[in-house]
Write a protein that binds this ligand. Structure first.
Ligand SMILES: Nc1nc2c(ncn2[C@@H]2O[C@H](COP(=O)(O)OP(=O)(O)OP(=O)(O)O)[C@@H](O)[C@H]2O)c(=O)[nH]1
Ligand SMILES: [Mg+2]
Length: 405
């Protein structure tokens, strides 16, 4: 299902009943430091292509410009802009997806010169989140992030408004009309801010409700385990395997946005809660991190982080580093971690051996075949039993409060 927040109507959408709307055809664009063989750029573009596919967009080509820093007005240098415009023409693309974050001025500058819609990585991720949000909390968080992204970019619409209103015509009349455009822009800004306040309040209310449940678990001294990891690592699949849950498992990025909590009884060990939540990705938009802070904080408050890694991905090591970075960003760096190398059935044996050497304490599993799950339960039991002092005391709440019913 293609997202519609960012890109709106598909190009050439027909009104014929039953006709499939045409898919966006996109050219991917990145700035690299070295020519062609910059593998970090290539990896990032591969991921951008998967993000685009998740959003129902067809990628028809990609291009990299070697450049120290983006041009403030057009992102690319003028020669490359011309090249990009030609590429867009020959490939009949109607969208350019930039692997970075653009200023509103750069989006306008590029769109004007290239003759296609221009979106950046952040916008694309926000679009996907918009499509995958299910719960009212998830929807509110995504909308909040989208509005935070939109607000500083509103000027673009202002320009269009004033152009529609004749803002570009010469003479005194133009000024008055442009003034009207400005006013509408200000009204729209105010409307967005008001909406953001409402949504913030809604998200806070849900967070407070979750806090009540969390405190009850604390009183019952049920340790909490948060499943974290890169998007598509197999977090939901593992939760389903371990706890017999029915979380949505899908080969798309960001299938899960809402936290799903299950109780897990470990043989000869404690009963714990297992929480599945949103996955991470490189350059996770800060608007999303802010909006999802209360969801992400579940990880910061957990007694143990079960960090699931897709061991079949050649980028597994970069993914681990990205996850650690996001965990630091949300203040979860001190939560003890149990690393799980998943998709062992799919991983290339040599690659898996390297990962094992790098992470000797990790447990190797396959959520698909069930391989390694007993070892994972053992490791979980050992780690939970070793939690000392017990979870309820580690929260810093006054000792007297623990025994309250
Ligand atoms: N071969 C193989 N595939 C797996 C394994 N675990 C998960 N998958 C597949 O990997 C894809 C992603 O699995 P999910 O459980 O949805 O991954 P996730 O980490 O929850 O992803 P998001 O919620 O999108 O961040 C699905 O197509 C799963 O079927 C595994 O051990 N082996
Ligand atoms: Mg998931």
């Amino acid at each position: 299902m293609p997202g519609t927040w960012l890109t709106g109507e598909r190009p050439g959408t027909t009104s014929v009943a039953g006709a499939e709307p045409r898919r966006w055809r996109a050219v991917l664009l990145a700035i690299g430091h070295r020519d062609g063989a910059d593998s970090a750029v290539a990896d990032s573009l591969d991921e951008l292509e998967r993000l685009a596919a998740t959003d129902g967009i067809e990628v028809v080509d990609r291009t990299v410009q070697v450049r120290r820093r983006p041009d403030p007005a057009t992102y690319l240098g003028s020669g490359k802009v011309q090249e990009l415009a030609e590429l867009v023409g020959t490939r009949q693309a109607d969208l350019v997806i930039v692997d970075g974050e653009l200023t509103p001025a750069q989006v306008r500058g590029l769109e004007d010169r290239v003759g296609a819609r221009v979106v950046d990585r952040t916008g694309l991720i926000l679009d996907i989140f918009g499509e995958h949000a299910r719960s009212s909390e998830g929807k509110a968080q995504v909308e909040l992030a989208q509005l935070a992204y939109e607000l500083p970019r509103l000027r673009g619409h202002g320009r269009e408004m004033s152009r529609i209103g004749g803002g570009r015509t010469a003479g005194g009349a133009g000024i008055g009309v442009r003034g009207r455009g400005e006013m509408r822009l200000e009204i729209r800004r105010r409307h967005l801010r008001r909406r953001m306040r409402t949504l913030n309040e809604q998200v806070r209310r849900t967070a407070r409700r979750r806090e009540v449940t969390r405190r009850r678990r604390l009183r019952e001294r049920v340790p909490s385990v948060a499943i974290t990891g890169y998007t598509n690592a197999g977090k939901s699949a593992l939760l389903n395997r371990l706890a017999g849950a029915d979380a949505e498992v899908a080969d798309v990025l960001f299938a899960t946005l809402d936290p799903l909590v299950r109780r897990l009884r470990i043989p000869d060990g404690p009963t714990c809660t297992l929480t599945d939540t949103v996955g991470f990705v490189r350059h996770l938009p800060h608007q999303l991190v802010d909006a999802f802070r209360s969801t992400l904080e579940e990880v910061a408050r957990a007694d143990l982080a079960l960090h699931v890694v897709d061991a079949s991905s050649p980028q597994a090591t970069e993914h681990i580093a990205t996850v650690h970075q996001v965990l630091r960003d949300i203040g979860a760096q001190d939560v003890p971690e149990l690393l799980v190398l998943n998709k062992a059935d799919l991983a290339e044996p040599g690659h898996l051996a390297v990962l094992r050497r790098l992470h000797p304490a990790a447990v190797v599993v396959s959520a698909r075949t069930g391989e390694g799950l007993d070892a994972l339960r053992d490791a979980l039991r050992d780690r939970l039993n070793a939690l000392s002092p017990p979870p309820a005391v580690r929260t810093g709440r006054p000792a007297g409060a623990e025994g309250a019913p």
